[in-house]
Each structure stands twice: as C-alpha cells, then as structure tokens.
Design a protein around this ligand. Sequence first.
Ligand code: ADE
Length: 255
Amino acid sequence: SARIGLMAALPEEMAAVLAAMPDEARVTLAGRDFWVGHLHGREVVAVLSGIGKVAAATTTALLASHFGVGQVVFVGVAGGLGDGVRVGDVVLADALMQHDMDASPLFPRFELPGKGLSRLPADPGAVARARVALSAALTPASLADTAPQGLQAADLAALGLDWPQVHQGLIVSGDRFVCTDGECAALRAAVPDALAVEMEGAAVAQVCHDFGVPCLVVRTVSDRADDAAHVDFPRFLRAVASPYASAMLSHLLPV
Ligand code: ADE
C-alpha cells in the first residue's frame, strides 16, 4: 500500500489531522512543512499547500517527485455552486477544471493547451471507494467521535447547518475567491454543471495527471460563493473544516 499525500490549503483544514499523527517528522522543502508519518495505519505525508493553483501545483509536484506518494488526497472547503449544494455539505470531485484557463481563440475556453481536454477526471476507483467511505464518515456517531472535541448535532444546529449530504461531480478551481452574487452567477452560467468552486483542486489534478498519480479532492462547502461568502467562509472554516476533514480521512485512508 503506497504512501499517501494529504494536502490542505489552510491550517484550519488540517489541524485535527496533524494532531492525530502519532509519529510525524517534519521535512521542510520550498518553504513548506511536510509531515511524514502515519495516520490510521497508513504511511502519509501531510502538507499545507497554501492558497491558489501555483502553490498547490508546487506542493503536488514535490509530493509526487520527492516523497514518491502513490496517491494524493486533498481536503478543504469550497464555495457551493450547484443547486442543492448547501453550506455544510460535502463535494467529492469526479472531475476538475480550471475555470480561469482561457487561451481562446487559440484553444477552446477552459481547455488545457497541449492536453486537448479541459476536465481532468479523478481516479474512478478511488472516487467510488471514497463515496462509500464518506457516507460512513458523515454520520452523527462518526462526527461526534472526531478529535479534538467532536462535532455534535447540536453544534451543527447552532451553526444553522443541516446534516451533511455528499454530492459527486465537477469541481472548478481558479485563482479567485468568488464572493459576489454577480461573479457566482457568471460562473454558474459558464459552467452549469459545476458543483463547487475552490482555488487548488484542478491544479493538483493536473500535476497528478502529469505524474500518473491518482488524486482525490474532497471539499466541505463553507459558503455559496455569493455576497455572503466573506462572512460565511471564516465562520465555517473555524467551526467545521478541521473536524470534517479528520472524520472523512479516518474513513478514507483505510480503503
Ligand atoms: N473556497 C471556499 N469558498 C470559496 C469561494 N467562494 N471561492 C473560491 N474558493 C473558495
């Protein structure tokens, strides 16, 4: 069973994971801390990429080439775009696309020049296994059991959140925090089947594609990428990003 690279953009998204690694040893490369150790019995390298596509691409390339990981799992938050994708839900990417890639008229909008495609598929087997694992992870019992203090149904209710649903589909990434109704509407019109928007996933997918390493991107919805996003994002990031990530990984890693 190959080493797994675990990535998140922000410390809030990875805190509970790092706290649960019993034997982590830090390796610093390119200004990043890579934590090499074990989690739930698997050999892992956990790292914070920082925000944005370049930061994510550099980090992914190091995980693949320097640390030799056989799979990359990215966890974090995203803005919900699809109908019915609510704050507090989880989105599992089965494909990823850079919504700010546009070399038209040389290439069709969104197409990755030289690759002849715009959407990079996630590994179908990994997605299917993740789907099952996530259903098990996002139960009241599982979330209540999450380090450091557990997330109770009452905590979610106090945040105005319903129990999480898992959505599977397209995640789009770009170097913009989408936080106006207008920009959100434009993005929904341009990519009608996008379920969520964030700032790293499609870059991770592109580098993984180049290295032949399967990748999995799982996002918790922190906001709806609208006029309220600047308030919802920090609130939700603090409250649930880390417990969700650690609950999800405790079920994702063993499979
Ligand atoms: N990550 C979480 N929310 C986001 C948003 N609204 N835009 C881009 N990335 C995000």
